[in-house]
Design a protein around this ligand. Structure first.
Ligand SMILES: [Zn+2]
Length: 160
């Protein structure tokens, strides 16, 4: 076990670094896309937002969040991150991490509603560490596939 972790530790920072860089690139792409949306809607502007949290998070029960959630323009869409390429760095098995997006952007439910788990293999639970990294921390980093879905949601919102 020690050898596996030691060997994996050598690779893991590169993988986290790669995914962090991808997230930064995608975030700047998303930011640019949303700036474009804002320019498009300069007259009678309606800024879009998207709030992401685990589906089981306590924040969904907070009054301030529920107030936004109950707005007629806002939808909550839950999806499974095993459908966006989230896997255990050690075993490659899928990690479900059911996640909810709260947004007033119409492209978000269109893009994410279909992403429901249909795995035929068991999921890895988000507990403890894998390859020397806490799995809960590892799973906070968006996969490139998740970034692509977010960018697609922006595109669909722009053209809706
Ligand atoms: Zn799954």
């Amino acid at each position: 076990m020690h050898n596996v972790l030691a060997a994996s530790n050598h690779v893991e920072p590169e993988e986290v670094g790669r995914r962090n860089k991808t997230k930064q690139i995608c975030c700047s792409r998303l930011h640019a896309r949303f700036q474009h949306v804002h320019r498009q809607q300069a007259v009678g502007a309606k800024p879009f937002f998207c709030f992401e949290h685990p589906a089981s998070a306590h924040s969904w029960k907070r009054a301030a969040v529920q107030e936004i959630m109950n707005h007629p323009d806002v939808t909550c869409t839950s999806f499974d991150q095993c459908r966006t390429g989230l896997t255990c760095p050690e075993t490659g098995r899928p990690i479900k991490k059911r996640t909810t997006l709260m947004s007033n952007a119409p492209g978000v439910p269109l893009q994410f509603r279909p992403l429901q788990c249909h795995c035929s293999v068991p999921h890895v639970r988000i507990q403890g560490s894998s390859c020397g990294v806490r799995l809960s921390t590892y799973c906070q980093i968006y996969t490139p596939e998740l970034c692509d879905h977010l960018a697609a949601a922006c595109e669909r919102t722009l053209h809706s």
